[in-house]
Design a binder for this molecule. Structure first.
Ligand SMILES: Nc1ncnc2c1ncn2[C@@H]1O[C@H](COP(=O)(O)OP(=O)(O)OP(=O)(O)O)[C@@H](O)[C@H]1O
Length: 204
């Protein structure tokens, strides 16, 4: 279970202070709904460890994780910017998510190839991110997050702008992860996305 307990944060003294109290059972997806600027991405960044809370705690399976560096947390995320390494090809971008030194087993390499194929990116492994469309970058970022197989998956508008066929494939892949027991938070303005992926709706 993911527990967010009295987590407080503000960007600057004059700005709004958020106080988050949320529990997400293991293997469930919580959709965060709220107007633009209400703090959805901020909450995900706090869980990922990209921002530090002013006070409060985050527990995963009753162990505190708010004290850990981002790379030590049992978390993987897909943010709106997609954050691909521009100097590395698609295969390496995904592989780095699995092993930071790119020491991949044959099975892991196979998983990347079949993931690329499944998401319509067969043959794109050697392309550089700069040679991809926005939707293709988005698929690479999502595939990297899914193949990392961390217990907690944070999704910030993951399907925005994708065509219906690609969405359907990616929905299936995310739902498969949920069935494997992955716990998710989804920040989204999209009703279809929230209805398809989420078990719990939460208004910010
Ligand atoms: N680095 C920053 N410094 C100061 N204020 C920030 C910073 N990043 C975000 N904010 C402010 O914090 C508030 C929440 O932003 P956030 O990105 O979390 O909203 P959101 O709900 O994800 O919005 P959207 O739906 O548009 O993505 C906004 O008012 C934003 O302007």
């Amino acid at each position: 279970m993911l527990e967010i307990n009295q987590l407080c944060f503000r960007y600057a003294p004059i700005q709004t202070q958020w106080r988050f109290n949320i529990t997400v059972p293991k293997g469930q997806c919580l959709a965060i709904q709220g107007p633009s600027g209400s703090g959805k991405s901020t909450l995900l960044s706090l869980i990922a460890g990209f921002l530090s809370p002013d006070e409060g705690q985050i527990f995963w399976d009753q162990r505190p994780i708010h004290t850990l560096y981002p790379w030590q947390r049992p978390v993987t995320s897909v943010f709106q910017e997609h954050n691909l390494f521009e100097h590395l090809d698609v295969f390496s971008n995904i592989g780095l998510g699995i092993h930071p030194g790119l020491k991949l087993t044959p099975n892991q390499r196979k998983a990347i190839d079949s993931g690329l194929e499944r998401t319509g990116l067969a043959g794109f492994g050697a392309r550089m991110p700069g040679e991809l469309s926005g939707g293709q970058r988005q698929r690479v970022a999502l595939l990297r997050a899914l193949l990392r197989q961390q217990p907690i998956l944070l999704l910030d508008e993951p399907m925005t702008g994708l065509d219906p066929e690609t969405r359907a494939i990616l929905y299936d892949m995310v739902l498969e992860e949920k069935q494997r027991g992955v716990t998710m938070l989804l920040a989204s303005h999209d009703n279809e996305e929230r209805r398809t992926l989420a078990d719990i709706q939460w208004n910010l």
